[in-house]
Design a protein around this ligand. Structure first.
Ligand code: FES
Ligand code: FES
Length: 186
């Protein structure tokens, strides 16, 4: 059984190791923030971080993820406070909920390796397809998120999502909160 760590939790998938990671995340782990778009590597809606690199989860199998660390949009931050999330809200770079998770993951992976990317580097690192033409705002948002990452700027927090982590975990077992520590002392 393929074993990997998803959003800091070890998971053993009772699935064919040839199963695409996207299927396992959505259908088995109920992490539906990662979207199923084209299914053939074109759109980027399925982007997740694997060992901090942004990869299309429709193109990578569970077997290829054995022992690796996967981060989905649910695990990027628990309160939408990642600089890319904050900057995309501030720059009004969010259009539809279908493309946005993959775009955020692509931007976060870029800034993790380069906190001061050029416009050309941003455009290259975000191959996600979006037919609403949000690309110029995306560039500005990633540049601004880079400034936040470099501690040159702060962005006011986006509104709270209105759902607690515990509520979310009812439907998403992989997000379940840590069990309380065992009692100590006699
Ligand atoms: S669903 Fe993976 S790239 Fe489109
Ligand atoms: S953000 Fe989804 S089509 Fe543009």
């Amino acid at each position: 059984m393929p074993r990997l760590t998803v959003n800091d939790r070890p998971i053993e998938f009772d699935m064919d190791p040839r199963t695409p990671l996207l299927w396992a995340l959505r259908d088995a782990a109920n992490l539906t923030g990662t979207k199923y778009g084209c299914g053939v590597g074109d759109c980027g809606a399925c982007m997740v971080m694997v060992d901090s690199a942004a990869l299309r989860s429709c193109l990578i199998s569970l077997a290829e993820c054995e022992g690796r660390f996967v981060t989905t949009i649910e695990g990027l931050s628990h309160d939408r406070s990642h600089p890319v999330q904050q900057a995309m809200v501030a720059e009004q770079a969010i259009q539809c909920g279908f493309c946005t998770p993959g775009i955020v993951i692509s931007g976060a992976a870029l800034l993790a390796r380069n906190a001061n990317p050029s416009e050309a580097e941003i455009r290259e690192a975000i191959p996600n397809l979006c037919r609403c033409g949000v690309y110029p705002r995306l560039v500005r948002a990633i540049q601004r998120a880079g400034a936040v990452t470099r501690r040159e700027e702060t962005i006011s927090a986006a509104p709270a999502p209105g759902i607690t982590r515990e509520d979310a975990a009812r439907a998403v077992p992989a997000m379940a909160p840590e069990p309380p520590p065992p009692p100590t002392g006699p």
